[in-house]
Ligand binder design. Sequence first.
Ligand SMILES: [Ca+2]
Ligand SMILES: [Ca+2]
Ligand SMILES: [Ca+2]
Ligand SMILES: [Ca+2]
Length: 213
Amino acid sequence: MAIADISGNGQPDLLVFRVDAVPNGQNAGYYRIGWDIDAAGQVTGWSPWLAVPDWFPWFNAGVDVSVADIDGDGVLDLVVLMVDAPAERNQGYYRSGPLNADGTVTGWRTWIAVSDWYFWENQGAGIAVADLDGDGTPELVVLAVDNPPEQNGGFYSVGWPRGRPADRGLGAVAGSTGLALLGGTRRRRGSGESRTYRRAAAGRSNSRQSAWS
Ligand SMILES: [Ca+2]
Ligand SMILES: [Ca+2]
Ligand SMILES: [Ca+2]
Ligand SMILES: [Ca+2]
């Protein structure tokens, strides 16, 4: 879910997301918006469920959304992250599109694979958009929970704008240190193991990342 003033009337709106896990077939992803959430958690009404197009996986193992103006054009964008979870190695993908004041998205950008998604099994994933270094261009932060046969792990990564050094290794999330661990220990997975990572990308340039941490 995400909270942002999508309608632009000064009151925050609540966007919720769900995956329809269709048996023996292609899944589907939908969101809807509860308008003008107040301090008591009440909304004034709900949009219809709106489908994200081209939801190709048959199995998903995590999904998250974020609302932010990733391309700096003054219009909010909806960013969707989902984990495609086939029998073998999984893969995280995100896509985005301009989010209109009525809650619809026009001009969905293509699905983009999050690189180095090593995990064979996942137990959730998360996404956030923030200008981590204060240069005016947002970064896309991706979290993934690895779900191997033994102990799980949480991993993240950040993709930076073009030109920024991209040699930051995948970082393991330990305790509550969060972003302070950017550039932390790189983890290698053995064949068949699943690990979780989060990654992020620069939001500009049609939301395609130019470098991953
Ligand atoms: Ca609103
Ligand atoms: Ca925008
Ligand atoms: Ca798998
Ligand atoms: Ca930045």
